[in-house]
Design a protein around this ligand. Structure first.
Ligand code: BGC
Length: 272
């Protein structure tokens, strides 16, 4: 019997950048430098696949059979991308996992970016050993979300797209990009975040909120302004969360035979 994988490649595809590294999935440490490439203009599937291929080549000699996990800002059902809120519409309905596998010549695990970040926080960060419902939110170009219950991911929540107070698709008002677009002060932005997190509290009664995305490094500017009954903390893994979560999920999938798609994500965080 072969030894279970303790290292995996994690790739995090975003609207502006694509990041990747080799990860020790037991400790959550990066074993290589993190490589970052610009997302090709237009974000078309074939261009992104080529960039990911180049990035993996730059990671150096990777032992054959190293699991590869890729996360992406869309709903991912059974390896197929089902939405495209801030990326090219050509991803909608695409067999993305298959496309990557064909070009990279290896099996991959393809998941939603916020789900990957949530899994990373559950394995190595702010949600480690937290019981009950943790809601991970990422504040970036959009708002991503991950639901983790007793360490187990419930994939493909899309809480950033809720309508709140008559405003449609609330990520357009409360994402970090919305703050920048509207040149909002921390205080004015926090009014919108308050509406967002209050709504989540009202509907889901979580035990913990985690706030990720690049802006989470400035958490002291806005988290103390929020008035919530649920504890709310910054993500611990910051920029590496997507890479770490994608790698952890890929390593887990490699340890388990069968379907490597979001269909079996429910079980993927169980045997930590
Ligand atoms: C997408 C999500 C994604 C989030 C963060 C949203 O617009 O619908 O799938 O997780 O952005 O990238």
């Amino acid at each position: 019997m072969t030894e279970p994988a303790t290292t995996a490649i994690g790739i995090d595809i975003g609207g502006t950048g694509i990041k990747g590294a080799i990860v020790d999935v037991l400790s959550g440490e990066l074993l290589t430098e993190r490589i970052k490439k610009a997302t090709p203009e237009g974000g078309e599937p074939d261009d992104i696949v080529s960039t990911v291929k180049e990035l993996i080549a730059e990671l150096g000699d990777v032992p054959e059979g190293t699991p590869v996990g890729v996360c992406f800002p869309a709903v991912v059902e059974h390896g197929r991308t089902m939405s495209a809120a801030n990326v090219s519409k050509n991803w909608i309905g695409l067999e993305a996992e298959k496309l990557f596998e064909q070009h990279l010549g290896v099996d991959i695990t393809f998941v939603n970016d916020a789900d990957a970040a949530g899994v990373a926080e559950a394995h190595f960060g702010a949600a480690k050993d937290v019981k009950g419902l943790v809601i991970m939110t990422t504040l970036g170009t959009g708002i991503g979300s991950a639901l983790i219950y007793d360490g187990v991911l419930v994939p493909n929540s899309e809480l950033g797209h809720m309508d709140i107070g008559g405003r449609r698709d609330f990520e357009k008002r409360a994402s970090f990009a919305a703050k920048e677009r509207g040149k909002l002060s921390w205080t004015r932005w926090t009014v919108r975040l308050q509406a967002f997190y209050s709504q989540l509290e009202k509907l889901l009664w979580p035990d913990l909120f985690i706030v990720g995305g690049g802006v989470s490094k400035h958490h002291k500017q806005f988290l103390p302004l929020l008035n919530l009954r649920t504890p709310i903390v910054p993500a611990m893994l910051r920029n590496n969360a997507g890479i770490l979560g994608a790698a952890a999920l890929a390593a887990h999938a490699a340890r388990n035979t069968g379907d490597r798609t979001t269909g079996d994500l429910l079980a993927k965080t169980e045997d930590r």
